[in-house]
Design a protein. Structure first.
Length: 327
Protein backbone atom coordinates (compact mmCIF):
# COMPACT_ATOMS: atom_id res chain seq x y z
CA UNK A 1 0.00 0.00 0.00
CA UNK A 2 0.96 3.65 -0.45
CA UNK A 3 0.69 6.22 2.35
CA UNK A 4 0.09 9.85 1.32
CA UNK A 5 0.21 12.61 3.92
CA UNK A 6 -1.52 15.87 3.05
CA UNK A 7 -3.58 13.82 0.62
CA UNK A 8 -6.68 16.01 0.81
CA UNK A 9 -4.67 19.09 -0.12
CA UNK A 10 -3.88 20.55 -3.52
CA UNK A 11 -0.85 18.55 -4.68
CA UNK A 12 -1.79 15.56 -2.53
CA UNK A 13 -5.28 15.08 -3.97
CA UNK A 14 -3.97 15.38 -7.52
CA UNK A 15 -1.35 12.74 -6.72
CA UNK A 16 -4.07 10.47 -5.32
CA UNK A 17 -5.97 10.76 -8.61
CA UNK A 18 -2.87 10.02 -10.66
CA UNK A 19 -1.92 6.99 -8.56
CA UNK A 20 -5.48 5.70 -8.68
CA UNK A 21 -5.30 5.86 -12.47
CA UNK A 22 -1.82 4.35 -12.80
CA UNK A 23 -1.28 1.86 -9.95
CA UNK A 24 -3.06 -1.04 -8.31
CA UNK A 25 -1.73 -0.45 -4.79
CA UNK A 26 -4.21 0.54 -2.05
CA UNK A 27 -4.03 4.25 -1.24
CA UNK A 28 -4.10 5.39 2.38
CA UNK A 29 -4.99 9.03 3.00
CA UNK A 30 -3.51 10.99 5.91
CA UNK A 31 -4.91 14.48 6.53
CA UNK A 32 -7.12 16.77 8.59
CA UNK A 33 -10.37 17.99 7.06
CA UNK A 34 -11.92 20.14 9.82
CA UNK A 35 -14.69 22.40 8.52
CA UNK A 36 -13.03 23.23 5.21
CA UNK A 37 -14.18 22.00 1.82
CA UNK A 38 -11.04 19.89 1.39
CA UNK A 39 -13.13 16.70 1.43
CA UNK A 40 -14.34 17.62 -2.04
CA UNK A 41 -10.79 17.15 -3.36
CA UNK A 42 -11.22 13.42 -2.65
CA UNK A 43 -14.92 12.92 -3.34
CA UNK A 44 -14.26 11.17 -6.67
CA UNK A 45 -11.42 8.98 -5.44
CA UNK A 46 -11.30 5.35 -4.38
CA UNK A 47 -9.26 5.11 -1.18
CA UNK A 48 -8.30 2.19 1.03
CA UNK A 49 -8.29 4.06 4.34
CA UNK A 50 -8.36 7.55 5.87
CA UNK A 51 -6.06 8.16 8.81
CA UNK A 52 -5.90 11.25 11.00
CA UNK A 53 -2.36 12.46 11.83
CA UNK A 54 -2.57 11.51 15.51
CA UNK A 55 -3.16 7.88 14.49
CA UNK A 56 -0.49 7.78 11.80
CA UNK A 57 2.39 6.06 13.61
CA UNK A 58 0.21 3.32 15.17
CA UNK A 59 -1.20 2.68 11.70
CA UNK A 60 2.28 2.60 10.15
CA UNK A 61 3.50 0.12 12.75
CA UNK A 62 0.46 -2.12 12.32
CA UNK A 63 0.94 -2.25 8.54
CA UNK A 64 4.73 -2.01 8.25
CA UNK A 65 5.08 -5.10 6.08
CA UNK A 66 2.49 -3.90 3.57
CA UNK A 67 3.71 -0.35 2.93
CA UNK A 68 5.94 0.23 -0.11
CA UNK A 69 5.98 4.04 -0.39
CA UNK A 70 5.30 7.05 1.80
CA UNK A 71 4.62 10.31 -0.02
CA UNK A 72 4.99 13.05 2.59
CA UNK A 73 3.17 16.12 1.25
CA UNK A 74 1.53 17.25 4.47
CA UNK A 75 2.80 20.55 5.87
CA UNK A 76 1.85 24.00 7.04
CA UNK A 77 2.41 25.62 3.68
CA UNK A 78 1.12 29.15 4.24
CA UNK A 79 4.04 31.54 3.79
CA UNK A 80 2.14 34.00 5.98
CA UNK A 81 1.97 31.66 9.02
CA UNK A 82 3.74 33.34 11.96
CA UNK A 83 3.68 30.53 14.55
CA UNK A 84 7.22 29.27 14.00
CA UNK A 85 6.90 26.68 16.79
CA UNK A 86 3.96 25.07 15.02
CA UNK A 87 5.76 25.18 11.68
CA UNK A 88 8.86 23.49 13.07
CA UNK A 89 6.84 20.82 14.87
CA UNK A 90 4.80 20.04 11.77
CA UNK A 91 7.21 20.59 8.89
CA UNK A 92 10.55 19.63 10.43
CA UNK A 93 10.18 17.34 13.43
CA UNK A 94 7.37 15.23 11.97
CA UNK A 95 9.33 14.89 8.72
CA UNK A 96 12.34 13.64 10.69
CA UNK A 97 10.20 11.07 12.49
CA UNK A 98 8.66 9.81 9.25
CA UNK A 99 12.08 9.59 7.62
CA UNK A 100 13.37 7.55 10.57
CA UNK A 101 10.37 5.21 10.34
CA UNK A 102 10.87 4.69 6.60
CA UNK A 103 14.57 4.02 7.19
CA UNK A 104 13.84 1.43 9.86
CA UNK A 105 11.22 -0.33 7.73
CA UNK A 106 12.88 0.05 4.30
CA UNK A 107 10.03 2.09 2.82
CA UNK A 108 10.58 4.55 -0.03
CA UNK A 109 10.24 8.15 1.19
CA UNK A 110 9.26 10.90 -1.27
CA UNK A 111 8.61 14.32 0.24
CA UNK A 112 7.69 17.86 -0.73
CA UNK A 113 10.42 20.43 -0.34
CA UNK A 114 9.96 23.86 -1.92
CA UNK A 115 11.57 26.36 -4.25
CA UNK A 116 11.09 28.80 -1.38
CA UNK A 117 14.23 27.26 0.17
CA UNK A 118 16.28 29.23 -2.37
CA UNK A 119 15.39 32.49 -0.67
CA UNK A 120 15.75 35.58 -2.84
CA UNK A 121 17.41 33.57 -5.62
CA UNK A 122 20.70 35.43 -5.41
CA UNK A 123 22.54 32.09 -5.24
CA UNK A 124 20.66 30.56 -8.13
CA UNK A 125 18.15 27.74 -8.41
CA UNK A 126 20.34 24.66 -8.82
CA UNK A 127 19.16 21.60 -6.87
CA UNK A 128 22.53 21.02 -5.27
CA UNK A 129 23.19 18.50 -2.51
CA UNK A 130 26.32 20.27 -1.28
CA UNK A 131 25.96 21.61 2.25
CA UNK A 132 28.39 24.40 1.40
CA UNK A 133 25.94 25.56 -1.27
CA UNK A 134 22.82 24.91 0.79
CA UNK A 135 23.94 27.02 3.74
CA UNK A 136 24.29 30.01 1.41
CA UNK A 137 20.52 30.00 0.81
CA UNK A 138 18.58 32.35 3.11
CA UNK A 139 14.85 31.48 3.24
CA UNK A 140 12.56 34.50 3.50
CA UNK A 141 9.89 33.07 5.84
CA UNK A 142 9.41 30.38 8.48
CA UNK A 143 7.77 27.96 6.05
CA UNK A 144 10.74 28.09 3.68
CA UNK A 145 13.16 27.81 6.59
CA UNK A 146 11.45 24.65 7.90
CA UNK A 147 11.71 23.01 4.47
CA UNK A 148 15.34 24.06 4.16
CA UNK A 149 16.13 22.62 7.59
CA UNK A 150 14.79 19.22 6.59
CA UNK A 151 16.64 19.22 3.26
CA UNK A 152 19.87 19.88 5.13
CA UNK A 153 19.03 17.21 7.72
CA UNK A 154 18.54 14.42 5.21
CA UNK A 155 21.64 15.44 3.26
CA UNK A 156 23.66 15.52 6.47
CA UNK A 157 22.67 11.90 7.10
CA UNK A 158 23.71 11.05 3.55
CA UNK A 159 27.07 12.85 3.86
CA UNK A 160 27.83 11.00 7.10
CA UNK A 161 27.09 7.66 5.45
CA UNK A 162 24.24 6.94 7.84
CA UNK A 163 21.38 4.67 6.88
CA UNK A 164 18.53 6.13 4.83
CA UNK A 165 15.44 4.59 3.20
CA UNK A 166 16.06 2.47 0.07
CA UNK A 167 14.80 5.48 -1.88
CA UNK A 168 14.55 9.07 -0.66
CA UNK A 169 13.50 11.99 -2.85
CA UNK A 170 12.98 15.65 -1.97
CA UNK A 171 11.02 17.62 -4.57
CA UNK A 172 11.50 21.38 -4.74
CA UNK A 173 8.18 22.45 -6.22
CA UNK A 174 8.11 25.85 -7.92
CA UNK A 175 4.86 27.79 -8.59
CA UNK A 176 2.26 25.06 -8.99
CA UNK A 177 -1.25 25.79 -10.28
CA UNK A 178 -4.28 23.65 -11.10
CA UNK A 179 -7.57 22.17 -9.82
CA UNK A 180 -8.28 21.38 -6.16
CA UNK A 181 -6.49 24.38 -4.65
CA UNK A 182 -9.75 26.12 -3.77
CA UNK A 183 -9.47 25.63 0.01
CA UNK A 184 -6.24 27.64 0.17
CA UNK A 185 -7.82 31.08 0.26
CA UNK A 186 -5.27 33.84 -0.33
CA UNK A 187 -2.60 31.16 -0.89
CA UNK A 188 -4.29 29.99 -4.10
CA UNK A 189 -2.41 30.46 -7.35
CA UNK A 190 -2.62 33.77 -9.19
CA UNK A 191 -4.50 31.99 -11.99
CA UNK A 192 -7.47 31.33 -9.69
CA UNK A 193 -7.47 34.88 -8.29
CA UNK A 194 -7.38 36.40 -11.77
CA UNK A 195 -10.12 34.08 -13.01
CA UNK A 196 -12.47 35.12 -10.18
CA UNK A 197 -11.84 38.81 -10.82
CA UNK A 198 -12.34 38.53 -14.57
CA UNK A 199 -15.44 36.34 -14.19
CA UNK A 200 -17.08 39.06 -12.13
CA UNK A 201 -16.25 41.68 -14.76
CA UNK A 202 -13.19 43.10 -13.05
CA UNK A 203 -9.59 43.48 -14.13
CA UNK A 204 -6.63 41.22 -13.44
CA UNK A 205 -4.68 42.93 -10.67
CA UNK A 206 -0.89 42.55 -10.62
CA UNK A 207 1.71 44.08 -8.32
CA UNK A 208 3.72 47.06 -9.39
CA UNK A 209 7.45 46.53 -9.53
CA UNK A 210 9.76 48.12 -6.97
CA UNK A 211 12.99 46.82 -8.46
CA UNK A 212 15.04 48.38 -11.20
CA UNK A 213 15.06 46.32 -14.39
CA UNK A 214 11.55 44.91 -13.86
CA UNK A 215 8.51 46.66 -15.29
CA UNK A 216 5.12 46.39 -13.56
CA UNK A 217 3.81 42.85 -14.02
CA UNK A 218 7.10 41.64 -15.45
CA UNK A 219 8.20 39.85 -12.28
CA UNK A 220 9.12 36.31 -13.30
CA UNK A 221 8.15 32.91 -11.92
CA UNK A 222 8.52 29.29 -12.97
CA UNK A 223 4.83 28.37 -13.18
CA UNK A 224 4.19 24.62 -13.40
CA UNK A 225 0.93 22.81 -14.23
CA UNK A 226 -0.08 20.32 -11.52
CA UNK A 227 -0.15 17.31 -13.88
CA UNK A 228 3.55 17.78 -14.58
CA UNK A 229 4.20 17.53 -10.83
CA UNK A 230 2.24 14.30 -10.45
CA UNK A 231 4.03 12.80 -13.45
CA UNK A 232 7.38 13.52 -11.80
CA UNK A 233 6.26 11.94 -8.53
CA UNK A 234 4.97 8.87 -10.35
CA UNK A 235 8.24 8.61 -12.27
CA UNK A 236 10.13 8.36 -8.99
CA UNK A 237 7.59 5.79 -7.80
CA UNK A 238 8.49 3.71 -10.86
CA UNK A 239 12.25 4.36 -10.67
CA UNK A 240 13.09 3.13 -7.22
CA UNK A 241 16.89 3.43 -7.63
CA UNK A 242 16.74 7.21 -8.03
CA UNK A 243 17.27 9.29 -4.90
CA UNK A 244 18.20 12.89 -4.17
CA UNK A 245 16.99 16.46 -4.06
CA UNK A 246 15.32 17.58 -7.30
CA UNK A 247 13.73 20.73 -8.70
CA UNK A 248 10.19 20.42 -10.09
CA UNK A 249 9.55 23.34 -12.45
CA UNK A 250 9.43 23.87 -16.18
CA UNK A 251 12.89 25.42 -16.46
CA UNK A 252 11.41 28.52 -18.09
CA UNK A 253 10.45 31.65 -16.14
CA UNK A 254 7.40 33.57 -17.35
CA UNK A 255 5.99 36.92 -16.26
CA UNK A 256 2.81 37.53 -14.30
CA UNK A 257 1.71 39.61 -17.30
CA UNK A 258 2.04 36.49 -19.46
CA UNK A 259 0.05 34.55 -16.89
CA UNK A 260 -2.77 37.10 -16.82
CA UNK A 261 -2.81 37.27 -20.62
CA UNK A 262 -3.14 33.48 -20.76
CA UNK A 263 -6.23 33.63 -18.53
CA UNK A 264 -7.85 36.26 -20.76
CA UNK A 265 -7.00 34.22 -23.84
CA UNK A 266 -8.50 31.08 -22.31
CA UNK A 267 -11.68 33.05 -21.60
CA UNK A 268 -11.62 34.58 -25.08
CA UNK A 269 -11.57 38.10 -23.65
CA UNK A 270 -9.29 41.09 -24.27
CA UNK A 271 -6.64 41.91 -21.70
CA UNK A 272 -7.76 44.12 -18.83
CA UNK A 273 -4.84 44.40 -16.43
CA UNK A 274 -4.38 46.86 -13.57
CA UNK A 275 -1.30 47.34 -11.41
CA UNK A 276 -1.67 47.76 -7.67
CA UNK A 277 0.70 48.64 -4.84
CA UNK A 278 2.51 45.76 -3.20
CA UNK A 279 1.97 45.59 0.59
CA UNK A 280 4.90 47.17 2.43
CA UNK A 281 5.55 44.00 4.45
CA UNK A 282 6.21 42.07 1.22
CA UNK A 283 8.46 44.50 -0.61
CA UNK A 284 11.69 43.52 1.14
CA UNK A 285 10.96 39.79 0.86
CA UNK A 286 9.58 39.60 -2.65
CA UNK A 287 11.13 37.29 -5.23
CA UNK A 288 11.39 38.93 -8.64
CA UNK A 289 12.72 35.88 -10.45
CA UNK A 290 12.51 32.12 -10.04
CA UNK A 291 13.49 29.55 -12.64
CA UNK A 292 14.19 25.91 -11.93
CA UNK A 293 17.40 24.41 -13.26
CA UNK A 294 16.06 21.08 -14.55
CA UNK A 295 19.34 19.47 -15.63
CA UNK A 296 19.53 17.14 -12.63
CA UNK A 297 16.11 15.58 -13.21
CA UNK A 298 16.78 15.18 -16.91
CA UNK A 299 20.19 13.62 -16.21
CA UNK A 300 18.49 11.17 -13.84
CA UNK A 301 16.51 9.91 -16.84
CA UNK A 302 13.27 11.90 -16.81
CA UNK A 303 12.28 12.55 -20.43
CA UNK A 304 8.73 13.96 -20.23
CA UNK A 305 8.21 17.48 -21.60
CA UNK A 306 6.56 20.16 -19.49
CA UNK A 307 3.28 21.89 -20.27
CA UNK A 308 3.51 25.44 -21.60
CA UNK A 309 2.00 28.23 -19.52
CA UNK A 310 -0.65 28.89 -22.16
CA UNK A 311 -1.73 25.25 -22.39
CA UNK A 312 -1.71 24.74 -18.63
CA UNK A 313 -3.79 27.84 -17.95
CA UNK A 314 -6.23 26.84 -20.70
CA UNK A 315 -6.70 23.43 -19.07
CA UNK A 316 -7.14 24.97 -15.62
CA UNK A 317 -9.68 27.52 -16.84
CA UNK A 318 -11.68 24.69 -18.40
CA UNK A 319 -12.05 23.26 -14.86
CA UNK A 320 -12.83 26.62 -13.29
CA UNK A 321 -15.68 27.19 -15.76
CA UNK A 322 -17.45 24.01 -14.62
CA UNK A 323 -20.22 23.96 -12.04
CA UNK A 324 -18.11 21.39 -10.20
CA UNK A 325 -14.43 22.32 -10.68
CA UNK A 326 -13.05 19.45 -8.57
CA UNK A 327 -11.21 16.51 -10.05
Amino acid sequence: MIIITGAAGFIGSNLVKFLEDHTQEPLVIVDVLDHQEKWQNLKNRKIHDFIFPESLFPYLNENAGKITHLFHLGAISATTETDANLIIETNFRLSKELLAWCTEHSVAFIYASSAATYGDGSHGFVDTESDADLKAFTPLNAYAWSKHLFDRHILDLKDKGLKLPPQWVGLKFFNVYGPNEYHKGQQMSVVKHIFESVKSGGAAKLFRSYKEGYKDGEQLRDFIWIDDCTKVMHWFYQNKTKSGLFNVGTGKARSFYDLASSVFSALDRPNNIEFIDMPHNLREKYQYFTEANMDKLKNAGYTESFTSLEDGVKQYVSYLKKDDPYR
